[in-house]
Design a protein around this ligand. Structure first.
Ligand SMILES: [Zn+2]
Length: 426
């Protein structure tokens, strides 16, 4: 067993004992000054206030102690590792040309109709072998880790055929079983991302997925979650209901891409009892109330709003109505190429007037709820030792810097991550 003492930190922002719904004032944050943590293997075993920290430090420094303590070289504010609850970072190719066309005035839908959009990434991903998918995914995952993301949901959905969808999910699994440090990946099967041209109707494709793909995903344990893109140009709500119902009856948790361009997806998410409804840019108060009544997490995605030049989802209103709001990057090659979760959350917060506590909760403890994870997102005894430290004296400095202040300390499952601790990292 490896025992470590970490600290003292200027501040530890634990995110502990916060409600998982509704508005949060900064005064509710638990801030421990000049304290530290005891860690055994990959878990936090004790959260130490200043006095107790000093006592344990003396024990650690005493001859014969088994506790390792390396004093910090700088003052730091410690937070739980960030959780990105919605990404599409397993893909091949680039959509920079689509992006340029959009900047020249074409709409997302016009570009899709003209051969760009999701289907162009599908063509490039189908051509990539598992090694290529794994290598590019691992690189993005490691970049995310250095920016403080220690848990990251990743969707399939650029294969839209059995073989490529499984190849994507296997590449995601390979990152999880690597001995190099990466964020924990939470895989989601998003084969219902778009209807591929080989199928005559959306219904025929969804039936095919239920009959042929989902049983293999289940049998191989490649994902526990199934997602569907409900919108104009993707799948209509009445077909989504049947698909989600069948996925749920096979034992999957379900989530929905909802209300990005047109309302409708939230009705499916609420009716079926999805874990989360993601996007929600077009949702109104009526949709927010449905999510609140059915305890569906509202995951907002500022990255695609910025990428498409569209307004942000109304996160302020959602919180005021008592929803659980998670904030995710939506990192994807089409609409959200930046992928910097902290920067995106800070920009959403500035636009929507979210408190520090609300923004941090959206990328830690409330994001954990969106992924049904109960052992992370909070600095607490028993939780996994996923931690990030920022080189400053006060937590307010972090979002004020809008993503420009990077963590100088990242720990994943009790292991310190260095810029070069991954074979891909430079
Ligand atoms: Zn998405």
């Amino acid at each position: 067993m490896v025992k470590q003492l970490l600290g003292p930190f200027s501040q530890m922002v634990t995110m502990d004992r916060l409600p998982d719904h509704g508005p949060l004032r900064d005064e509710r944050l638990e801030i421990i000054r000049d304290g530290g943590l005891l860690i055994e293997d990959d878990r936090i075993t004790e959260v130490l206030h200043q006095e107790r920290f000093e006592q344990v430090r003396k024990e650690a420094e005493a001859k014969g102690s088994l506790i390792g303590h390396s004093p910090l070289k700088q003052r730091m504010v410690l937070l739980p590792g960030l959780i990105d609850a919605h990404t599409h970072i397993c893909y091949a190719g680039s959509r920079s040309k689509d992006y340029a066309r959009r900047l020249s005035g074409e709409s997302y839908m016009e570009i899709a109709d003209g051969g760009g959009g999701i289907l162009s990434t599908v063509r490039q991903t189908r051509r990539a072998n598992e090694e290529e998918l794994y290598t590019s995914l691992a690189q993005r995952a490691f970049d995310h880790l250095l920016r403080g993301v220690t848990t990251c949901e990743v969707k399939s959905g650029y294969g839209l055929d059995i073989e490529t969808e499984l190849r994507m999910l296997r590449a995601i699994r390979r990152v999880n079983t690597s001995s190099d440090p990466y964020p924990l990946m939470v895989p989601t099967c998003l084969a219902a991302h778009a209807c591929p041209p080989e199928f005559k109707s959306e219904l025929q494709y969804l039936d095919f997925l239920v009959a042929k793909l989902l049983p293999v995903v289940k049998k191989e344990g490649l994902a526990q979650r199934v997602d569907i893109y409900v919108d104009r140009g993707a799948f209509p709500p009445h077909l989504a209901d049947g698909f989600l119902y069948q996925a749920k009856s096979m034992g999957f948790s379900v989530v929905v891409h909802a209300d990005q361009f047109t309302v409708g997806g939230v009705t499916s998410a609420a009716r079926i009892g999805a874990v989360s409804a993601d996007h929600l840019e077009r949702s109104t108060e009526r949709e927010f109330r449905w999510l609140q009544e059915r305890d569906v997490v509202a995951t907002v995605l500022p990255g695609s709003s910025l990428g498409l030049g569209e307004p942000f989802a109304h996160a302020r209103r959602m919180l005021d109505l008592g929803l659980c709001v998670a904030i995710a990057s939506d990192w994807n090659p089409g609409s959200a190429p930046m992928g910097n979760l902290l920067a995106l959350a800070a920009l959403l917060g500035a636009n929507q007037r979210l408190t520090n506590a609300e923004t941090f909760a959206g990328i830690t403890c409330r994001a954990a709820k969106a992924l049904s994870l109960t052992d992370r997102g909070v600095i607490r005894s028993g939780n996994v030792a996923d931690l990030i430290g920022f080189p400053c004296d006060a937590y307010e400095e972090i979002l004020y810097r809008q993503g420009a202040l990077l963590p100088s300390f990242v720990m994943k499952g009790g292991r310190r991550v260095m810029r070069a601790s991954n074979h891909l990292g430079a």
